[in-house]
Design a protein around this ligand. Sequence first.
Ligand code: HEC
Length: 165
Amino acid sequence: MFDNVRHMLAIGVILAFGTSIGARAVGQMHEGAVGDAAAPDESSGEAGDPVERGYDSAQGRRLYTTHCSACHGANGEGRPGTFPPLKGSGVVTKDDAEKHIRVVLDGLQGAKAGGVLYASPMPPFAGILTDLEIAAIIDYERRSWGNHGKLVTAAQVAAERLRSR
Ligand code: HEC
């Protein structure tokens, strides 16, 4: 009987401990932990760039779906003449991500994306998304739909944000 009580106390401690870790983890990664395990891992292990870190592809996909896919499409193909494709985009696949980061922070209007002039503007996201969220979206775009751009960090987004126009 006494043993049972101790056993239950131990379980209680484990549960409480586990929950507090879970709560902290949720803030960091949202559903990323579970999603990542299931997602095809396109993120880790670049041949030729062995030190490149991975990224949270599940969070990137979720944020892209919420904020970008209405215009650029779930498959990154955009809508011809109306919204530019991100699949194969020079901005998205270029190693130097400065332009990619700037477009997401500031939006874009009257530029020629891939040589095409788009009538509607791209909205700015600097006031809506954190550096970490923007990095996750950018990395998702750089590793989806056959794209293979170099990954970015939240620190790069933060630095670009500080350099504001
Ligand atoms: C309301 C529609 C809309 C939404 C939402 C939107 N975009 Fe755009 N995006 C555009 C348009 C239109 C352009 C082209 C603007 C121009 O060339 O002047 C563009 C251009 C871009 C470009 C440059 C492409 C190139 O090849 O030059 C990138 C990168 C981009 N968007 C990423 C994103 C990301 C990331 C998100 C989500 C955080 C997003 N967009 C959300 C409409 C949108």
